[in-house]
Design a protein around this ligand. Sequence first.
Ligand code: DX5
Ligand code: ZN
Length: 250
Amino acid sequence: MIELAASILSADFAHLADEVSEAERGGATVIHVDVMDGHFVPNITLGPPVVKSLRKATKLPLDCHLMIENADEFIPALADAGANWVSVHYEACRHLHRSLELIAQHGMKPAVVLNPATRVGLVRDILPMVHHVLIMSVNPGFGGQQFIPFSLDKIRYLAELRAELGLAFRIEVDGGVAHDTVARVVQAGAELLVAGNAVFGAGEAEKDARALLAAAREAAGEGSSRERAGTAPGSKSGGRSKARTASKVA
Ligand code: DX5
Ligand code: ZN
């Protein structure tokens, strides 16, 4: 099933709870939280105290994307703060298997992130451990960057590998997901769509989240014209199975 993970990186941090509620009303079902340390990436954002505040503002899963060099040191604090999913970069973890185990031991869903220049095959052996794989479609560090087209080949390859290995991890994509790219992204096989600028950039998170999600579901064969109009009450179970088939074929 296609889900929208609203990335608060582009939200108004002075009104974070309101921004999150707006995205949620627009159909976001995951809140994506970018944790940056100024070392692994050339930017600094937030840490466990803000995650703790967000936890009070929403019941949606908090998807913490760690762009930090010493991820292991922050796992206990993130668990205490109420994080649900924690993803760590292949490029930042000296002992990736250990970091993923640590996340799971703290009751959170572990995930691995791959930078644009990192090949999917490098994480093959740890795929049975992860809740999702996050394919970066920009170089991490900033919102509002341009989508890197060869990310689509990586998503397709990852979907093939998942089918070949008979695994059920989910495929997430992060960076430049917007109206001009979202159809290609879901058709390649991504299901968890991280979007920052496309949701929060214009200050109309509810409307923009709804429009982006409708476009994504339409492209995946999950949408309907009633849903696009925001009037559909019901289930999309028929569309879900179509989307699963499409991602396996890709
Ligand atoms: C970038 C972050 C993204 C960022 C995406 O390093 O990981 O989550 O918010 O921003 P957009 O959707 O604006 O490209
Ligand atoms: Zn991110």
